[in-house]
Design a protein around this ligand. Structure first.
Ligand SMILES: *Cc1c(COP(=O)(O)O)cnc(C)c1O
Length: 371
């Protein structure tokens, strides 16, 4: 047996046929930009996320850049980001001309360390903070985080690329966000047939600005009120996402079953699995094991490789340690928990419709590690 880290080709019966029908119909009508599929997708995303306004765009990185630009972030501004995240969070700040600082994270949830964030709010004149909800839930102290930024008068942008479909106290995580983004990269919980993303906000004016910036700053067909760029979502991507939304609950249920099995069964082998913070219902995006002993971690990884089991390390390095960060990073706040996370993290196979037998094979592989 072999178990891939991720297999996103396990479509439901009939799913691919529906998709091919859509491609045929839309292609025959040359319906490639905008139209009812995009409008329907934005309405459905609004219902699912609880955000009053949703603007679709080309990918999750653009979503961050559009949101930052709409918040007025640009040259001369400083933006705080967590030191453990996907590189796009760092890039987005630099690409809008602003200066990033990194803030340490908390090993309990992978989110920002609020004490370190408070220090940065005191020391820096921050224009915005980007919080990143990693691994399939939101920050442990989400309400405190939102309040902290609000009190400081600093815009909080929530990168929800990994938390779409997760809930806090029965409300979608992004519902309470001032402005948030997500990615529909194929391997995300709601994946497109290529690149796609969206911005969510309860502020209608911000949403208008995002939409304008993502469409060349257009105010009329050949009238431009701003310099934006082209980040429109393709109609075909919207159609694929609409079909996928029909299946999303089943896919998330399958992911969560797998995540629960890992969380329940791995401690017997002395492996700590990151817990979902209190109040959250996760979307099952990712399994997160933290293995403190480096020798043991290496032995586990070697055994998984030998047994044909794929795994991930999300993420193996901090933002502040990337060679690409050197020219831009202004400061770091807090300690080195992000480094610990990066050195300890191991992610086991998890994707919709992973079988019980596959999970059992992964668990057996771990059970037979000797160190
Ligand atoms: C995937 C991801 C992004 C970037 O999304 P793309 O659609 O690949 O541009 C940004 N932030 C986080 C946390 C992500 O996981």
């Amino acid at each position: 047996m072999k178990v891939p880290f991720i297999d996103i080709a396990r479509f439901e019966p009939g799913f691919l046929e529906s998709w091919i029908d859509k491609v045929t119909t839309l292609s025959a009508a040359a319906q490639f930009i905008g139209g009812p599929e995009v409008a329907a997708l934005e309405d459905r995303l609004s219902l699912r996320s609880g955000a009053a306004n949703v603007v679709s765009c080309a990918n999750g990185t653009d979503a961050l850049q559009l949101a930052l630009r709409a918040l007025g972030v640009g040259p001369g501004d400083t933006v705080a980001i967590p030191n453990a995240t996907f590189w796009a969070t760092f890039e987005a700040v630099v690409n809008v001309g602003a200066t990033p600082i990194t803030v340490d994270i908390c090993l309990a949830d992978g989110g920002m360390d609020l004490n370190a964030l408070e220090d940065s709010l005191r020391e820096e004149r921050l224009k915005a903070v980007i919080a990143v909800h990693l691994y399939g839930w939101g920050a442990k102290h989400l309400r405190a985080l939102r309040e902290l930024c609000e009190r400081a008068g600093v815009a909080l942008l929530e990168d929800g690329a990994q938390c779409f479909g997760a809930f806090l106290d029965d409300e979608p995580v992004l519902q309470g966000a001032h402005i948030a983004t997500t990615s529909f990269y194929p391997a995300k919980v709601l994946g497109a047939a290529g690149d796609a993303g969206a911005v969510f906000t309860r502020d209608a004016q911000l949403a208008d600005t995002v939409r304008r910036l993502g469409n060349h700053g257009r105010t009329a067909h050949y009238g431009y009120g701003d310099v934006g760029w082209n980040s429109r979502l393709d109609t075909l991507q919207a159609a694929f996402l609409n079909l996928s939304l029909d299946k999303l609950d089943a896919r998330i249920a399958s992911r969560r079953r797998a995540a629960d099995r890992y969380r329940n069964e791995l401690p017997a082998f002395g492996i700590d699995v990151m817990a979902v913070p209190a109040g959250y219902t996760e979307n099952g995006y990712c399994n997160v094991c933290l293995i403190e002993n480096a020798e043991r971690k290496a032995a586990v990884e070697a055994r998984l490789r030998k047994r044909g089991v794929g795994f991930g390390n999300i993420y193996p390095g901090t933002m502040s340690s990337q060679p690409g960060a050197r020219a831009y990073l202004k400061a770091h706040y807090g300690g080195g928990q992000a480094e610990l996370l990066c050195s300890q993290v191991l992610n086991l196979p998890l994707f919709p419709y992973i079988t019980e037998a596959e999970i059992a094979y992964v668990l057996e592989s771990i059970a037979s590690v000797e160190v």
